[in-house]
Write a protein of this length. Structure first.
Length: 125
């Protein structure tokens, strides 16, 4: 299942992930976002989205592993795949019918949001 992960680029950007080649996705507090993290499986597709001033999907990543020893703080290890050739802005996402019922738009402050495969493919192209 694909997911979108939001991050403040000043705190941790997609360029940071590319430079480091891997990271543990941490700092998630919202109960629904934690539940979404805990639902991830190895190989799941990820979209990295910069919040703040950018409000843009900027890169793709993949779940490398998931450790659920502490269900309140799932440890999800991710690796970068590629920077998006055509980043998708929040305005473009909002304008597309694919996202009409998406938690990404219905719960704007949700930092880990599930995507449909069609949504992922639209962002990734």
């Amino acid at each position: 299942m694909p997911y979108l992960l939001k991050t403040e680029p000043e705190a941790y950007s997609y360029a940071d992930l590319e430079r480091e080649r891997e990271t543990d996705w941490t700092g998630v507090a919202n109960p629904q976002a934690v539940k979404n993290l805990a639902g991830m499986k190895k190989g799941d597709q990820l979209v990295i989205y910069h919040t703040g001033k950018e409000k843009t999907a900027v890169g793709l990543a993949r779940v490398q592993s998931v450790n659920l020893e502490n269900p309140r703080e799932p440890l999800v290890h991710i690796v970068p795949l590629r920077k998006l050739e055509t980043p998708k802005t929040l305005a473009a996402i909002k304008a597309h019918a694919l996202f009409r019922d998406s938690p990404l738009l219905r719960q704007g402050r949700l930092s880990v949001a599930p995507l449909t495969q069609a949504q992922y493919e639209w962002i990734a192209r």
